[in-house]
Ligand binder design. Structure first.
Ligand code: PEP
Ligand code: MN
Length: 263
């Protein structure tokens, strides 16, 4: 169902009015984790002013260590909704477990399957039955075929509103947090009718590389970007080193608009 052989026309996923996969490249921005009311509202206002189309923010965080910040849970969902209602930006946030699907779907416009859960088959089957669109991140060690088959779980279970996200994979390289697989974006656009976006934050792990990786993602055919932005990355509770501050995000957006017009 995900293949171009099955369906030739590009799928456009509508997330509360934002069209992903259409002629316009869309940008999703916001903090890795929702940390406080002030943090999420400040970020939401700034990314909106800079031209972002959607807001991101983690409520349930899949952290490598159980001692790291795990997210504010339902409190974060409430804050995301408040930011959404004020700015009008649709919200995407991660859901980690089948038990949380209904709750997260009540607050968020789009549900994210994190890289670590790409092959959580019970979660995929459950998400196939929600009315919400899904952002399906590529697993850190997933092949392109495994990634597309994970999407196939969603489509075959009845949810056709799926956006794929390349966020970097594990390779022998250790200088970068992940290796952003840009060729995979171009190939998946050939193989599948589903929209594909790029995450230059997790894809590089370094703030200084985000703007360049974002441009490269668009140049190779991505339908959009998801970027981590924090009012004070040095104090972020998760992923500060790969988050832009508000000024840097506005700069990145200005840098994108020139190549975007040419494309
Ligand atoms: C995130 O978006 O903050 C996140 C945890 O991403 P990933 O699942 O790609 O690591
Ligand atoms: Mn993150």
């Amino acid at each position: 169902l995900v293949s171009r052989q099955f369906k030739r026309e590009q799928t456009i996923v509508n997330v509360s009015g934002v069209q992903i996969g259409g002629p316009e490249v869309i940008v999703i921005a916001g903090p890795c984790s929702v940390e406080s009311r002030d943090q999420i509202l400040t970020t939401a206002r700034a990314v909106r002013a800079a031209g972002a189309h959607m807001l991101r923010g983690g409520a349930y965080k899949p952290r490598t260590s159980p001692y790291d910040f795990q997210g504010l849970g339902v409190e974060a969902l409430r804050l995301l909704k408040e930011a959404r209602d004020e700015t009008g930006l649709p919200v995407v946030t991660e859901v980690m477990s089948t038990e949380d699907v209904d709750l997260v779907a009540e607050y968020a416009d789009m549900l994210q399957v994190g890289a670590r859960n790409m092959q959580n088959f019970p979660l995929l089957r459950r998400l196939a039955t929600t009315p919400r669109p899904i952002l399906l991140k590529r697993g850190p060690s997933a092949t392109i075929k495994e990634w597309l088959l994970a999407a196939e779980y969603l489509l075959s279970g009845g949810n056709e509103n799926v956006v794929l996200c390349e966020r970097g994979i594990k390779t022998f390289e250790t200088e970068l947090r992940n290796t952003l697989d840009l060729a995979a974006v171009a190939l998946v656009k050939e193989l599948s009718h589903l929209p594909v976006i790029v995450d230059p934050s997790h894809g590089t792990g370094r703030r200084s590389l985000i703007a360049a990786a974002a441009k490269a993602g668009i140049a190779i055919g991505a339908d959009g970007l998801i970027v981590e932005v924090h009012p004070c990355p040095e104090r972020a509770l998760s992923d500060g080193p790969q988050s832009l501050d508000l000024t840097e995000f506005a700069q990145m957006m200005r840098g994108l608009s020139a190549p975007l017009r040419q494309l």
